[in-house]
Design a protein around this ligand. Structure first.
Ligand code: MN
Length: 326
């Protein structure tokens, strides 16, 4: 049995759609929410006759790769995250791993297939937040403004669908979505032919986003805003994409979106996860703020704290005020 292993976001989905349009193959799908990246562990080594892995970090799957190669299982691996070390050299191992900021997995597959299903790759580039690259591809393809806008909305919504604590939070299990998508040679045909699916996804995105953006800030001044979302499925879905929308509305302000994580035991107020965005106009400092907390980390423009005890929220807010006081 062949196994298709892919990240449950826009990039992972559109990468596999292109591959299976080019080379249809009965396979077992292995996927999950966007943050589930150690997916290769779920492939039973003794049953796999071949494995395709798309858009999940190699470092998180290294041991599983080696176990499969030790049994001579052919493995095709495409990804754009830092592999964190050398790749194995093995006659059965084919890897396409590139980490430039202008490439995503679907674009690697697009190149691999000679642009056979280019519009799917462009939708993925929008979804993976590579807007400039995606817009340039739309222009080169001669899409109208309306077509470009629809492709962007599709990419954004497919990306949004990947966010949640578990697949139960999502509008669509990515495996179900894949089976719908792969029936169409282009995303434009998908949005018409699978109209019910597409409308449900787009309306879900709009509704969650509206709820998120109308949530009153927990704290706000001229420099920073902290939004606390409730412990609900809609909040876990929109959490991943809300930071961008907030930043676009107030580009001079730093933002933090605070959500509840899986309950931290029976006592206490539980744990929070914090997503931090530096001001768009001066995208730095997010990493320094996050690193003040034990489980914090990230990049200058965007960082996060994985686990913040709820009783430390006030400490966080005051650290954030200090970080962007002027
Ligand atoms: Mn990706």
């Amino acid at each position: 049995m062949h196994f298709d292993v892919f990240n449950g976001d826009a990039d992972g989905l559109c990468a596999l759609v292109q591959l299976r349009l080019a080379e249809p193959k009965a396979s077992t799908l292995v996927t999950g929410v966007k943050r589930d990246i150690a997916l290769l562990d779920r492939v039973p080594v003794d049953q796999a006759t071949g494995v395709t892995v798309l858009d999940v970090n190699f470092g998180s799957n290294r041991d599983a790769v080696l176990a499969l190669l030790a049994r001579d299982v052919p493995l095709f691996y495409a990804d754009h995250h830092n592999p964190g070390g050398d790749l194995p050299v093995h006659p059965r191992f084919t890897a396409m791993i590139e980490t430039e900021a202008t490439i995503c997995t679907s674009l690697l597959i697009d190149r691999h297939l000679g642009g056979a299903y280019a519009a799917w790759a462009t939708a993925a580039a929008f979804g993976d937040n590579m807007r400039a690259v995606a817009l340039a591809r739309c222009e080169a393809a001669g899409y109208s403004a309306a077509e470009t806008e629809r492709l962007e909305m599709l990419g954004v919504c497919l990306n949004y669908n990947g966010y949640g604590a578990s697949v139960a939070d999502l509008h669509f299990d990515p495996a179900v979505l894949f089976r719908d998508m792969v029936g169409y040679a282009s995303p434009f045909e998908f949005m018409v032919g699978a109209r019910d699916t597409w409308q449900q996804l787009e309306q879900g995105y709009q509704a969650d986003m509206a709820r998120g953006l109308e949530t009153a800030p927990f704290y706000q001044d001229d420099h920073v805003a902290v939004i606390c979302l409730p412990d609900a499925a809609w909040a876990r879905r929109v959490n991943g994409v809300m930071g961008n929308a907030l930043a676009n509305r107030a580009p001079g302000r730093a933002h933090a979106v605070v959500t509840h994580t899986a309950s931290g035991g029976s006592e206490g107020a539980g744990n929070l996860a914090v997503s931090i965005r530096a001001p768009l106009e001066k995208p730095e400092g997010a990493d320094l703020l996050a690193k003040q907390f034990a489980t914090g980390g990230g990049r200058k423009g965007a960082a996060g704290i994985n686990v913040l005890p709820a009783d430390q929220l006030d400490v966080f807010v005051s650290a954030m005020r200090d970080a962007w006081r002027d």
